[in-house]
Design a protein around this ligand. Structure first.
Ligand code: HEM
Length: 445
Protein backbone atom coordinates (compact mmCIF):
# COMPACT_ATOMS: atom_id res chain seq x y z
CA UNK A 1 0.00 0.00 0.00
CA UNK A 2 2.81 2.40 0.96
CA UNK A 3 4.56 1.49 -2.30
CA UNK A 4 1.37 2.17 -4.31
CA UNK A 5 0.90 5.57 -2.65
CA UNK A 6 4.56 6.51 -3.17
CA UNK A 7 4.36 5.48 -6.85
CA UNK A 8 1.08 7.36 -7.31
CA UNK A 9 2.54 10.66 -6.07
CA UNK A 10 5.77 10.12 -8.01
CA UNK A 11 3.78 9.41 -11.18
CA UNK A 12 1.67 12.55 -10.68
CA UNK A 13 4.66 14.73 -11.59
CA UNK A 14 4.69 13.25 -15.11
CA UNK A 15 1.59 15.33 -15.92
CA UNK A 16 0.78 19.06 -16.07
CA UNK A 17 -0.01 20.57 -12.63
CA UNK A 18 -3.42 20.52 -10.96
CA UNK A 19 -5.11 20.12 -7.57
CA UNK A 20 -3.50 17.42 -5.38
CA UNK A 21 -5.29 14.08 -5.95
CA UNK A 22 -5.86 11.38 -3.35
CA UNK A 23 -4.80 7.80 -4.13
CA UNK A 24 -7.64 5.71 -5.71
CA UNK A 25 -10.22 8.53 -5.76
CA UNK A 26 -8.13 11.30 -7.33
CA UNK A 27 -9.92 14.70 -7.21
CA UNK A 28 -13.39 13.22 -6.87
CA UNK A 29 -13.98 14.88 -3.48
CA UNK A 30 -13.46 18.24 -5.18
CA UNK A 31 -16.18 17.42 -7.72
CA UNK A 32 -18.59 16.67 -4.88
CA UNK A 33 -18.49 20.32 -3.82
CA UNK A 34 -19.73 21.51 -7.18
CA UNK A 35 -23.27 22.82 -7.07
CA UNK A 36 -23.97 24.07 -10.60
CA UNK A 37 -22.20 22.45 -13.47
CA UNK A 38 -18.86 20.78 -12.86
CA UNK A 39 -17.65 21.26 -16.43
CA UNK A 40 -17.90 25.05 -15.93
CA UNK A 41 -16.65 25.08 -12.35
CA UNK A 42 -13.40 23.30 -13.18
CA UNK A 43 -12.46 26.41 -15.18
CA UNK A 44 -11.48 27.90 -11.79
CA UNK A 45 -8.36 25.72 -11.97
CA UNK A 46 -7.24 27.62 -15.06
CA UNK A 47 -6.79 30.70 -12.89
CA UNK A 48 -4.54 28.76 -10.49
CA UNK A 49 -2.60 26.43 -12.80
CA UNK A 50 -2.75 28.10 -16.21
CA UNK A 51 -4.27 27.00 -19.52
CA UNK A 52 -3.26 23.33 -19.16
CA UNK A 53 -3.99 21.40 -15.99
CA UNK A 54 -4.59 17.84 -14.82
CA UNK A 55 -7.58 16.49 -12.92
CA UNK A 56 -7.67 12.94 -11.58
CA UNK A 57 -10.88 10.94 -11.84
CA UNK A 58 -10.23 7.94 -9.59
CA UNK A 59 -6.69 6.81 -10.43
CA UNK A 60 -6.82 8.24 -14.00
CA UNK A 61 -5.37 11.59 -15.03
CA UNK A 62 -7.30 13.87 -17.43
CA UNK A 63 -5.37 16.70 -19.02
CA UNK A 64 -7.56 19.73 -19.83
CA UNK A 65 -6.48 22.29 -22.46
CA UNK A 66 -8.00 25.80 -22.32
CA UNK A 67 -5.80 27.49 -24.92
CA UNK A 68 -7.07 27.54 -28.55
CA UNK A 69 -3.64 27.66 -30.25
CA UNK A 70 -2.35 24.76 -28.21
CA UNK A 71 -5.60 22.82 -28.78
CA UNK A 72 -5.35 23.19 -32.57
CA UNK A 73 -1.66 22.48 -32.60
CA UNK A 74 -1.82 19.23 -30.66
CA UNK A 75 -5.14 17.90 -32.03
CA UNK A 76 -3.66 18.21 -35.52
CA UNK A 77 -1.06 15.64 -34.53
CA UNK A 78 -1.73 11.94 -34.86
CA UNK A 79 -0.26 11.20 -31.42
CA UNK A 80 -3.05 13.25 -29.80
CA UNK A 81 -5.82 11.69 -31.91
CA UNK A 82 -6.44 8.40 -30.14
CA UNK A 83 -9.61 7.54 -28.21
CA UNK A 84 -9.48 6.04 -24.72
CA UNK A 85 -10.62 2.47 -24.29
CA UNK A 86 -13.79 2.91 -22.26
CA UNK A 87 -16.54 0.43 -21.46
CA UNK A 88 -18.73 2.15 -24.03
CA UNK A 89 -16.06 2.00 -26.74
CA UNK A 90 -15.99 -1.78 -26.32
CA UNK A 91 -19.64 -1.90 -27.39
CA UNK A 92 -18.82 -0.18 -30.69
CA UNK A 93 -15.31 -1.56 -31.22
CA UNK A 94 -14.57 -5.21 -30.60
CA UNK A 95 -13.41 -8.31 -32.45
CA UNK A 96 -16.62 -8.29 -34.55
CA UNK A 97 -16.83 -4.66 -35.67
CA UNK A 98 -15.41 -1.13 -35.47
CA UNK A 99 -16.80 2.38 -35.79
CA UNK A 100 -15.47 5.95 -36.13
CA UNK A 101 -16.35 7.85 -32.93
CA UNK A 102 -14.90 5.39 -30.41
CA UNK A 103 -12.27 3.85 -32.68
CA UNK A 104 -8.64 4.51 -31.90
CA UNK A 105 -6.59 6.45 -34.44
CA UNK A 106 -5.37 4.14 -37.21
CA UNK A 107 -6.18 2.91 -40.74
CA UNK A 108 -9.57 1.45 -39.80
CA UNK A 109 -10.72 4.78 -38.29
CA UNK A 110 -9.24 6.65 -41.25
CA UNK A 111 -11.04 4.66 -43.98
CA UNK A 112 -14.37 4.51 -42.17
CA UNK A 113 -14.22 8.25 -41.49
CA UNK A 114 -13.39 8.92 -45.14
CA UNK A 115 -16.55 7.18 -46.38
CA UNK A 116 -18.61 8.87 -43.70
CA UNK A 117 -17.25 12.23 -44.78
CA UNK A 118 -17.96 11.46 -48.43
CA UNK A 119 -21.56 10.48 -47.66
CA UNK A 120 -22.18 13.62 -45.57
CA UNK A 121 -20.53 15.85 -48.22
CA UNK A 122 -22.76 14.44 -50.96
CA UNK A 123 -25.92 15.26 -49.05
CA UNK A 124 -25.18 18.39 -47.03
CA UNK A 125 -25.99 20.90 -49.76
CA UNK A 126 -28.56 19.14 -51.91
CA UNK A 127 -32.09 20.21 -52.80
CA UNK A 128 -33.21 16.83 -51.49
CA UNK A 129 -32.04 17.87 -48.00
CA UNK A 130 -34.00 21.10 -48.23
CA UNK A 131 -37.17 19.24 -49.26
CA UNK A 132 -36.69 16.68 -46.54
CA UNK A 133 -36.23 19.31 -43.81
CA UNK A 134 -39.31 21.19 -45.10
CA UNK A 135 -41.43 18.03 -44.88
CA UNK A 136 -40.07 17.02 -41.47
CA UNK A 137 -40.55 20.49 -39.94
CA UNK A 138 -44.15 20.60 -41.21
CA UNK A 139 -44.75 17.20 -39.63
CA UNK A 140 -43.23 18.39 -36.34
CA UNK A 141 -45.39 21.54 -36.26
CA UNK A 142 -48.52 19.46 -37.00
CA UNK A 143 -47.63 17.08 -34.17
CA UNK A 144 -47.08 19.97 -31.77
CA UNK A 145 -50.43 21.56 -32.65
CA UNK A 146 -52.27 18.24 -32.36
CA UNK A 147 -50.67 17.18 -29.09
CA UNK A 148 -50.08 20.49 -27.31
CA UNK A 149 -52.56 22.92 -28.81
CA UNK A 150 -51.70 26.55 -29.53
CA UNK A 151 -50.45 29.26 -27.14
CA UNK A 152 -49.55 26.83 -24.38
CA UNK A 153 -46.04 26.15 -23.04
CA UNK A 154 -44.66 22.67 -23.81
CA UNK A 155 -41.41 20.70 -23.68
CA UNK A 156 -39.63 20.91 -27.04
CA UNK A 157 -37.15 18.09 -26.33
CA UNK A 158 -38.94 15.10 -27.84
CA UNK A 159 -40.29 17.02 -30.83
CA UNK A 160 -36.79 18.30 -31.65
CA UNK A 161 -35.40 14.79 -31.23
CA UNK A 162 -38.03 13.29 -33.53
CA UNK A 163 -37.37 15.99 -36.12
CA UNK A 164 -33.67 15.17 -36.47
CA UNK A 165 -34.29 11.42 -36.11
CA UNK A 166 -36.63 11.74 -39.07
CA UNK A 167 -34.17 13.81 -41.11
CA UNK A 168 -31.19 11.56 -40.41
CA UNK A 169 -33.24 8.37 -40.70
CA UNK A 170 -34.31 9.42 -44.20
CA UNK A 171 -30.84 10.54 -45.28
CA UNK A 172 -29.20 7.42 -43.93
CA UNK A 173 -31.62 4.57 -44.61
CA UNK A 174 -34.57 6.14 -46.48
CA UNK A 175 -36.58 5.20 -43.37
CA UNK A 176 -39.25 7.39 -41.87
CA UNK A 177 -38.56 7.57 -38.13
CA UNK A 178 -41.84 8.85 -36.76
CA UNK A 179 -42.36 8.42 -33.04
CA UNK A 180 -44.04 5.04 -33.51
CA UNK A 181 -40.98 3.53 -35.20
CA UNK A 182 -39.76 0.50 -33.19
CA UNK A 183 -36.06 1.43 -33.50
CA UNK A 184 -36.58 5.00 -32.33
CA UNK A 185 -37.04 4.09 -28.67
CA UNK A 186 -33.70 2.23 -28.73
CA UNK A 187 -31.92 5.08 -30.48
CA UNK A 188 -33.43 7.55 -28.03
CA UNK A 189 -32.17 5.51 -25.11
CA UNK A 190 -28.65 5.32 -26.57
CA UNK A 191 -28.48 9.04 -27.24
CA UNK A 192 -30.45 10.93 -24.60
CA UNK A 193 -32.15 8.71 -22.02
CA UNK A 194 -29.27 6.65 -20.62
CA UNK A 195 -27.34 9.68 -19.28
CA UNK A 196 -30.07 10.83 -16.84
CA UNK A 197 -30.85 7.16 -16.07
CA UNK A 198 -27.32 6.09 -15.09
CA UNK A 199 -26.01 9.53 -13.96
CA UNK A 200 -22.63 9.50 -12.19
CA UNK A 201 -22.80 5.72 -11.79
CA UNK A 202 -21.18 5.35 -15.20
CA UNK A 203 -18.19 7.54 -14.24
CA UNK A 204 -17.80 5.58 -10.98
CA UNK A 205 -18.00 2.20 -12.71
CA UNK A 206 -15.68 3.31 -15.48
CA UNK A 207 -12.95 5.04 -13.54
CA UNK A 208 -13.00 3.68 -9.98
CA UNK A 209 -11.72 0.09 -10.23
CA UNK A 210 -13.16 -1.02 -6.84
CA UNK A 211 -16.69 -0.06 -7.89
CA UNK A 212 -16.95 -3.21 -10.05
CA UNK A 213 -17.14 -5.26 -6.84
CA UNK A 214 -20.24 -3.54 -5.46
CA UNK A 215 -22.08 -2.13 -8.50
CA UNK A 216 -23.99 -3.67 -11.40
CA UNK A 217 -22.75 -2.59 -14.82
CA UNK A 218 -24.76 0.59 -15.60
CA UNK A 219 -24.23 -0.01 -19.32
CA UNK A 220 -25.97 -3.41 -19.40
CA UNK A 221 -29.24 -2.00 -20.81
CA UNK A 222 -27.28 0.21 -23.23
CA UNK A 223 -25.49 -2.84 -24.61
CA UNK A 224 -28.72 -4.77 -24.95
CA UNK A 225 -30.39 -1.92 -26.91
CA UNK A 226 -27.28 -1.49 -29.04
CA UNK A 227 -27.40 -5.17 -30.01
CA UNK A 228 -31.06 -4.84 -30.99
CA UNK A 229 -30.18 -1.83 -33.15
CA UNK A 230 -27.41 -3.83 -34.75
CA UNK A 231 -29.92 -6.49 -35.83
CA UNK A 232 -32.31 -3.81 -37.08
CA UNK A 233 -29.59 -1.94 -39.02
CA UNK A 234 -28.16 -5.18 -40.45
CA UNK A 235 -31.57 -5.94 -41.90
CA UNK A 236 -31.78 -2.55 -43.60
CA UNK A 237 -28.16 -2.79 -44.77
CA UNK A 238 -28.66 -6.25 -46.30
CA UNK A 239 -31.82 -5.13 -48.12
CA UNK A 240 -29.91 -2.15 -49.48
CA UNK A 241 -27.01 -4.35 -50.58
CA UNK A 242 -29.41 -6.68 -52.45
CA UNK A 243 -31.14 -3.83 -54.30
CA UNK A 244 -28.06 -1.60 -54.70
CA UNK A 245 -27.59 0.19 -58.03
CA UNK A 246 -24.30 2.07 -58.47
CA UNK A 247 -25.99 4.57 -60.82
CA UNK A 248 -28.64 5.58 -58.35
CA UNK A 249 -27.42 5.91 -54.78
CA UNK A 250 -30.46 6.39 -52.56
CA UNK A 251 -28.92 7.34 -49.21
CA UNK A 252 -25.85 7.15 -46.92
CA UNK A 253 -26.26 3.40 -46.67
CA UNK A 254 -25.90 3.08 -50.46
CA UNK A 255 -22.91 5.45 -50.49
CA UNK A 256 -21.15 3.30 -47.88
CA UNK A 257 -21.99 0.12 -49.82
CA UNK A 258 -20.65 1.76 -53.02
CA UNK A 259 -17.36 2.53 -51.24
CA UNK A 260 -17.12 -1.11 -50.17
CA UNK A 261 -17.74 -2.44 -53.71
CA UNK A 262 -15.27 0.05 -55.18
CA UNK A 263 -12.57 -0.89 -52.67
CA UNK A 264 -13.06 -4.61 -53.38
CA UNK A 265 -13.13 -4.14 -57.18
CA UNK A 266 -9.96 -2.02 -57.15
CA UNK A 267 -8.29 -4.26 -54.60
CA UNK A 268 -7.68 -1.26 -52.35
CA UNK A 269 -6.08 -1.41 -48.92
CA UNK A 270 -9.30 0.04 -47.50
CA UNK A 271 -11.30 -3.11 -48.49
CA UNK A 272 -10.24 -4.96 -45.34
CA UNK A 273 -11.77 -2.19 -43.20
CA UNK A 274 -14.92 -1.44 -45.22
CA UNK A 275 -16.60 -4.64 -44.11
CA UNK A 276 -20.37 -5.01 -43.79
CA UNK A 277 -20.17 -5.13 -40.00
CA UNK A 278 -17.98 -2.02 -39.75
CA UNK A 279 -20.15 -0.08 -42.17
CA UNK A 280 -23.35 -0.78 -40.35
CA UNK A 281 -21.87 0.29 -36.99
CA UNK A 282 -20.60 3.41 -38.77
CA UNK A 283 -24.20 4.14 -39.76
CA UNK A 284 -25.39 3.78 -36.16
CA UNK A 285 -22.52 6.11 -35.21
CA UNK A 286 -23.74 8.90 -37.46
CA UNK A 287 -27.24 8.67 -36.08
CA UNK A 288 -26.01 8.74 -32.47
CA UNK A 289 -23.55 11.60 -33.09
CA UNK A 290 -25.88 13.64 -35.30
CA UNK A 291 -29.33 13.54 -33.74
CA UNK A 292 -28.61 14.50 -30.15
CA UNK A 293 -26.22 17.36 -30.97
CA UNK A 294 -28.55 18.83 -33.61
CA UNK A 295 -31.58 18.45 -31.35
CA UNK A 296 -29.98 20.27 -28.42
CA UNK A 297 -28.77 23.06 -30.73
CA UNK A 298 -32.30 23.51 -32.11
CA UNK A 299 -33.70 23.67 -28.57
CA UNK A 300 -31.28 26.53 -27.80
CA UNK A 301 -32.29 28.24 -31.04
CA UNK A 302 -35.98 28.00 -30.10
CA UNK A 303 -35.32 29.26 -26.59
CA UNK A 304 -33.28 32.24 -27.80
CA UNK A 305 -35.88 33.11 -30.44
CA UNK A 306 -38.58 33.08 -27.78
CA UNK A 307 -36.47 35.06 -25.31
CA UNK A 308 -35.26 37.64 -27.84
CA UNK A 309 -38.22 38.32 -30.19
CA UNK A 310 -36.14 40.97 -31.99
CA UNK A 311 -34.00 38.14 -33.45
CA UNK A 312 -37.15 36.39 -34.62
CA UNK A 313 -38.13 39.49 -36.60
CA UNK A 314 -34.63 39.92 -37.99
CA UNK A 315 -34.33 36.31 -39.19
CA UNK A 316 -37.85 36.38 -40.54
CA UNK A 317 -37.26 39.47 -42.65
CA UNK A 318 -33.89 38.20 -43.98
CA UNK A 319 -35.43 34.85 -45.00
CA UNK A 320 -38.43 36.57 -46.60
CA UNK A 321 -36.25 39.05 -48.43
CA UNK A 322 -33.71 36.53 -49.74
CA UNK A 323 -36.06 33.67 -50.55
CA UNK A 324 -39.36 35.39 -51.09
CA UNK A 325 -41.30 32.26 -50.00
CA UNK A 326 -39.71 29.91 -52.53
CA UNK A 327 -37.97 26.69 -51.44
CA UNK A 328 -34.27 27.36 -50.77
CA UNK A 329 -31.49 25.69 -52.76
CA UNK A 330 -27.90 25.19 -51.60
CA UNK A 331 -26.66 28.57 -52.92
CA UNK A 332 -29.38 30.41 -50.99
CA UNK A 333 -27.94 29.31 -47.68
CA UNK A 334 -24.82 31.41 -48.14
CA UNK A 335 -27.00 34.50 -48.70
CA UNK A 336 -28.67 34.14 -45.30
CA UNK A 337 -25.85 36.08 -43.63
CA UNK A 338 -27.63 37.06 -40.43
CA UNK A 339 -29.20 33.62 -39.98
CA UNK A 340 -25.75 32.00 -40.41
CA UNK A 341 -24.30 34.42 -37.85
CA UNK A 342 -27.18 33.63 -35.46
CA UNK A 343 -26.58 29.85 -35.69
CA UNK A 344 -22.80 30.34 -35.32
CA UNK A 345 -23.34 32.42 -32.19
CA UNK A 346 -25.71 29.81 -30.71
CA UNK A 347 -23.01 27.19 -31.27
CA UNK A 348 -20.45 29.43 -29.53
CA UNK A 349 -22.61 30.65 -26.66
CA UNK A 350 -24.38 27.36 -25.91
CA UNK A 351 -22.15 24.65 -27.30
CA UNK A 352 -23.50 21.12 -26.87
CA UNK A 353 -20.06 19.66 -26.17
CA UNK A 354 -18.59 22.10 -23.62
CA UNK A 355 -15.60 19.86 -22.98
CA UNK A 356 -15.34 18.29 -26.43
CA UNK A 357 -14.83 14.55 -26.62
CA UNK A 358 -12.01 12.54 -24.97
CA UNK A 359 -8.82 12.10 -26.95
CA UNK A 360 -5.96 9.85 -25.91
CA UNK A 361 -2.22 10.24 -26.47
CA UNK A 362 -0.70 7.45 -28.54
CA UNK A 363 2.91 8.17 -27.51
CA UNK A 364 4.81 10.15 -24.89
CA UNK A 365 4.40 13.69 -26.17
CA UNK A 366 5.00 17.36 -25.49
CA UNK A 367 2.15 19.68 -24.59
CA UNK A 368 3.58 23.22 -24.48
CA UNK A 369 6.09 23.21 -21.63
CA UNK A 370 4.80 19.91 -20.22
CA UNK A 371 5.37 16.33 -21.16
CA UNK A 372 2.43 13.94 -21.23
CA UNK A 373 2.86 10.17 -21.13
CA UNK A 374 1.31 7.76 -23.64
CA UNK A 375 -2.30 6.68 -22.96
CA UNK A 376 -3.32 9.93 -21.24
CA UNK A 377 -6.86 11.25 -21.75
CA UNK A 378 -6.83 14.79 -23.13
CA UNK A 379 -9.79 17.16 -23.38
CA UNK A 380 -10.17 20.60 -24.96
CA UNK A 381 -12.39 22.86 -22.89
CA UNK A 382 -14.39 24.20 -25.86
CA UNK A 383 -16.75 26.24 -23.69
CA UNK A 384 -13.87 27.82 -21.76
CA UNK A 385 -12.13 28.79 -25.01
CA UNK A 386 -15.29 30.05 -26.75
CA UNK A 387 -16.32 32.15 -23.76
CA UNK A 388 -12.93 33.55 -22.79
CA UNK A 389 -12.76 37.38 -22.72
CA UNK A 390 -9.16 37.13 -23.95
CA UNK A 391 -10.43 35.98 -27.36
CA UNK A 392 -13.97 37.38 -27.47
CA UNK A 393 -15.32 40.87 -26.80
CA UNK A 394 -18.36 40.69 -24.48
CA UNK A 395 -17.79 36.94 -24.39
CA UNK A 396 -20.77 36.24 -22.13
CA UNK A 397 -23.20 38.24 -24.30
CA UNK A 398 -25.21 36.75 -27.16
CA UNK A 399 -24.15 38.84 -30.18
CA UNK A 400 -24.55 37.26 -33.64
CA UNK A 401 -23.07 40.47 -35.12
CA UNK A 402 -19.61 39.30 -34.08
CA UNK A 403 -19.71 36.92 -37.07
CA UNK A 404 -20.57 39.71 -39.58
CA UNK A 405 -18.25 42.19 -41.30
CA UNK A 406 -18.96 45.90 -41.68
CA UNK A 407 -21.13 45.19 -44.77
CA UNK A 408 -23.29 42.70 -42.90
CA UNK A 409 -21.68 39.75 -44.71
CA UNK A 410 -21.04 36.53 -42.81
CA UNK A 411 -17.29 36.20 -42.12
CA UNK A 412 -16.35 32.88 -43.70
CA UNK A 413 -13.08 32.42 -41.81
CA UNK A 414 -13.77 31.30 -38.29
CA UNK A 415 -11.86 33.00 -35.46
CA UNK A 416 -9.10 30.78 -34.02
CA UNK A 417 -10.98 30.44 -30.73
CA UNK A 418 -14.16 29.16 -32.43
CA UNK A 419 -14.39 25.39 -32.17
CA UNK A 420 -17.96 24.12 -31.55
CA UNK A 421 -17.17 21.04 -33.65
CA UNK A 422 -13.79 20.34 -32.03
CA UNK A 423 -10.57 20.81 -33.96
CA UNK A 424 -7.76 18.89 -35.62
CA UNK A 425 -7.83 15.43 -37.13
CA UNK A 426 -11.00 14.32 -35.37
CA UNK A 427 -13.02 17.48 -36.00
CA UNK A 428 -16.71 16.65 -36.46
CA UNK A 429 -17.25 15.28 -39.99
CA UNK A 430 -20.96 16.23 -39.79
CA UNK A 431 -20.50 20.00 -39.35
CA UNK A 432 -21.70 21.11 -42.82
CA UNK A 433 -24.79 18.92 -42.54
CA UNK A 434 -25.44 20.10 -38.98
CA UNK A 435 -25.29 23.81 -39.89
CA UNK A 436 -27.50 23.37 -42.95
CA UNK A 437 -30.02 21.30 -40.99
CA UNK A 438 -30.31 24.08 -38.39
CA UNK A 439 -30.56 26.84 -40.99
CA UNK A 440 -33.20 25.02 -42.96
CA UNK A 441 -35.15 24.20 -39.79
CA UNK A 442 -35.23 27.91 -38.92
CA UNK A 443 -36.32 28.71 -42.46
CA UNK A 444 -39.28 26.31 -42.37
CA UNK A 445 -40.38 27.02 -38.80
C1 HEM B 1 -24.74 20.90 -33.91
C2 HEM B 1 -24.39 19.70 -34.27
C3 HEM B 1 -23.08 19.03 -33.94
C4 HEM B 1 -22.08 19.38 -33.06
C5 HEM B 1 -22.01 20.62 -32.14
C6 HEM B 1 -21.06 18.37 -33.13
C7 HEM B 1 -19.88 18.37 -32.39
C8 HEM B 1 -18.92 17.37 -32.43
C9 HEM B 1 -17.73 17.33 -31.62
C10 HEM B 1 -17.32 18.39 -30.59
C11 HEM B 1 -17.05 16.19 -31.92
C12 HEM B 1 -15.76 15.66 -31.27
C13 HEM B 1 -14.50 16.06 -32.06
C14 HEM B 1 -13.25 15.51 -31.38
O1 HEM B 1 -13.18 14.32 -31.10
O2 HEM B 1 -12.37 16.30 -31.07
C15 HEM B 1 -17.82 15.49 -32.93
C16 HEM B 1 -17.47 14.28 -33.48
C17 HEM B 1 -18.22 13.60 -34.41
N1 HEM B 1 -19.40 14.03 -34.99
FE1 HEM B 1 -20.35 15.77 -34.63
N2 HEM B 1 -21.45 17.41 -34.05
C18 HEM B 1 -22.66 17.79 -34.58
C19 HEM B 1 -23.40 17.12 -35.55
C20 HEM B 1 -23.00 15.96 -36.19
C21 HEM B 1 -23.71 15.33 -37.29
C22 HEM B 1 -25.00 15.86 -37.92
C23 HEM B 1 -23.02 14.18 -37.60
C24 HEM B 1 -23.29 13.12 -38.64
C25 HEM B 1 -24.37 12.93 -39.29
C26 HEM B 1 -21.87 14.11 -36.70
C27 HEM B 1 -20.94 13.09 -36.70
C28 HEM B 1 -19.82 13.06 -35.88
C29 HEM B 1 -18.89 11.95 -35.86
C30 HEM B 1 -18.99 10.66 -36.67
C31 HEM B 1 -17.87 12.29 -34.94
C32 HEM B 1 -16.64 11.47 -34.57
C33 HEM B 1 -15.44 11.88 -35.43
C34 HEM B 1 -14.17 11.10 -35.12
O3 HEM B 1 -14.06 10.51 -34.05
O4 HEM B 1 -13.27 11.09 -35.98
N3 HEM B 1 -21.89 15.21 -35.88
N4 HEM B 1 -18.95 16.23 -33.23
Amino acid sequence: MVYYIAQFYKNRHNYPPGPIPLPLIGNMLTFRKYKRNWSMEILDFKRIYGPVFTLWVGPLPFVIICDPDMARDVFNKSEFSGRPTLLMSGIYNNEKHNDVIFNDYGPCWKYLRQVQHKAIGKYAKTKALSELVAKSVRQMVDNIITNEGIDKPFQTRHYAYDLFANILGSIMYSEKFDNKHPALKKYKYLTIDYIPEVGNAMMMYEFVPMSKYFMANPLAKYKCYFNELLIYTRNIYQNHDKTYDSNSLRDFCDILIAAKHEAIADDKLSAQYLTDDNLLVTLIDMFIAGVDTSQITLMWILLYLAYYPEYQDRLHSEINFELNSREPVAEDISRLNYTLAFVSEILRHRNVAPMGVFHKTLADCQLGAFSVPRNTQVLVHQFGIMNNTKYWTNADRFEPERFLDEHGQFIQTNPGAYMPFGCGRRICPGRALAINDELLSIKFL
